[in-house]
Design a protein around this ligand. Structure first.
Ligand code: URA
Ligand code: SF4
Length: 283
């Protein structure tokens, strides 16, 4: 099978057949696969003190023991020096200076919003820490909460197929993260969108991930990712945002439909392909 046939086979696999063609005739799928550049980054998680954003907008520094040793409740004040040893100003300032290890440990122990109550795992993000492509979803669902990894349920399966259609795969030149790191559920235990307060509490972590990765393009998957990163009215429909090149700080950002929406409305998949072609051209 040559490249083009392989590409068509992937598109067939997505159930979108010949509509999923690159619109820019100067770019072929072969060019796209050359975008992938695998830079292995050793991932060593060592116990370090972590700084925990708390609801009052302050930071409490926890000792290694309390972060990694299973203590997940914060002492209200510094009565227990093993737990709360200092209070620092401005949550996002400290998070904005963290390295990968501190950031990951901080998220794992975070209790900055109510979503910490129901979680089985935080879902930090996965992929190449020097990825050119950053995909941002909304928040963990049922499977993600259980496994601690983003996009591992049915929507994740479609995202993997989309990556393959682009000549990429999870972890190679791609990073996948979410706006919130803990699963939002409603009173019936079903997935729901995070509230503006939950987004505000969690966004500093994603912002730091973006600053560390420095991707060449950000793909916002769905409305929550788009409006949170672009700081727009939460009711702005994806239909109004897709098809244009936006900027997150200086980085190109393209909005497209969330894979879970595409599972419900497969006829919209061709629009997602157009959006990804736009992303490619922006790089
Ligand atoms: N939906 C999302 O937005 N993110 C995930 O990680 C899984 C499903
Ligand atoms: Fe912390 Fe984010 Fe989880 Fe809220 S959703 S507890 S801010 S990691």
């Amino acid at each position: 099978m040559n490249n083009a046939e392989q590409h068509d086979a992937f598109l067939d696999e997505l159930g979108i057949g010949p509509v999923w063609k690159l619109h820019d005739s100067s770019a072929s799928i072969a060019t796209i696969s050359h975008v992938a550049e695998i830079v292995p980054v050793p991932r060593v998680v060592t116990p370090v003190p972590a700084i925990i954003p708390v609801g009052d907008g302050l930071l409490r520094t926890l000792t290694t023991d309390s972060v990694l040793g299973g203590t997940s409740t914060l002492a209200p004040a510094a009565t227990n020096m093993d737990q709360a040893i200092s209070i620092l100003p401005a949550t996002s300032t400290a998070v904005a200076e963290m390295d990968w290890t501190s950031l990951e440990n901080t998220v794992a122990a975070c209790r900055a919003c109510q979503l910490c109550e129901g979680r089985a795992n935080t879902v930090f993000g996965v992929g190449d820490q020097r990825a050119k492509w950053l995909f941002v979803g909304e928040g963990p669902g049922y499977q993600e909460n259980l496994q601690g990894k983003p996009f591992v349920g049915p929507a994740g399966h479609l995202l993997d197929n989309i990556l393959r259609a682009l000549g990429m795969q999870r972890g190679e030149n791609t990073y996948i993260a979410n706006i919130v790191k803990c699963r939002p559920t409603d009173a019936q235990g079903k997935d729901r969108a995070p509230s503006p307060e939950e987004v505000a509490a969690c966004l500093p972590y994603l912002k730091r991930q973006i600053a560390l990765i420095q991707p060449e393009v950000i793909i916002a998957l769905g409305k929550t990712a788009a409006v949170s990163l672009l700081d727009l009215d939460p009711e702005t429909p994806v239909g109004q945002l897709r098809g244009k090149l936006h900027r997150y700080q200086s980085l190109p950002l393209v909005v497209t439909y969330h894979p879970a929406y595409l599972l419900r409305k497969p006829t919209e998949k061709s629009k997602t392909w157009e959006d990804l072609c736009l992303a490619l051209r922006s790089m």
